[in-house]
Design a protein around this ligand. Sequence first.
Ligand code: PHE
Length: 340
Amino acid sequence: MQNKLAQLTDLAIEEFKQAKGRRELYDIKVKYLGKQGQFSVIMKDMAQLPKEERPVFGKVVNEKKNLLEQFYSEQEAHLKKIELEQKISSERVDLTLPGPKRTTGGHHPIALVINDIVMILSRIGYSVRLGPQIEQDWYNFSALNIPADHPARDLQDTFYIDPSHVLRTHTSPIQIHTLENEKLPLRILAPGAVYRCDSDISHSPNFHQIEGMLVDKKVSMADLKGTIVFLLQNLFSTQIQVRFRPSYFPFTEPSAEFDCTCPLCKGKGCRMCKQTGWIEIGGCGLINPKVLEATKVDGEEWQGFAFGLGIERMAIIRYGIEDIRWFTENDVRFLEQFTS
Ligand code: PHE
């Protein structure tokens, strides 16, 4: 009997050692030490022993059972530790991996240039006005002294919605809305999208302009020049020079176009300025008395100047953009270069 007991104990220990998980270990414990287990069977056999041997045998059985219980606990702790280690290593986070990239939005280069111009001129009293993109003939043409036979009115140049409505071809109609509705004196900036039937590498049917207008008493060409030099030197650099060339616009008189020394080559001549050293920026002039008359402003009392420039052109110069169509293609690889 004693022998059988020793064998059974060894067998249990051996099986405990083999167990691969805590569940299996527990099943083995039940098999040996449980109510219906092997040790219970042996206890029943005890009845066959002579009476005097029974207590000794009973003691040995208890010793073996305690031994197995202890071995079980140790084994269980060991397996628990292994399971935990496996769990930790399978769930490990590699802190050296790069994190998920967070992309941020940003302003479109056109908006950046508009914002800069507005910031600069707001320092000398200008504030922003907006106008509709579908304009009546009056605002886009007639009130601006653009006669019926002017080439700008041609179907080739202008998108007509119907015979008396067009997609505005410039931001100058905002001059008219403002003169009709607001008190004088005033200084306004009117940025926005404009439309012309034109499309190639440097012309887009949809582009942007910003219009500036000042109306006050005793306004001269010198005030206009000073304002434009102030704007361009703040926008590019104080080193650049500005020149004015006589020109013609129906809504200004006298009229001029203005250029600045190429900010890229500083006037030496390069691809951007077509080797001339100068870049055309926009048009300007003193407000034609006919425009004041059309908007019922007393031209004896008030004078003014206006200027308009193309935003895409400013952005092209500032950021060295080669194709005007990139502005509207919405390619994030292009646009994300302007996020800071
Ligand atoms: N509206 C003119 C254009 O689109 C620019 C301009 C604005 C000229 C204001 C003079 C005064 O070409």
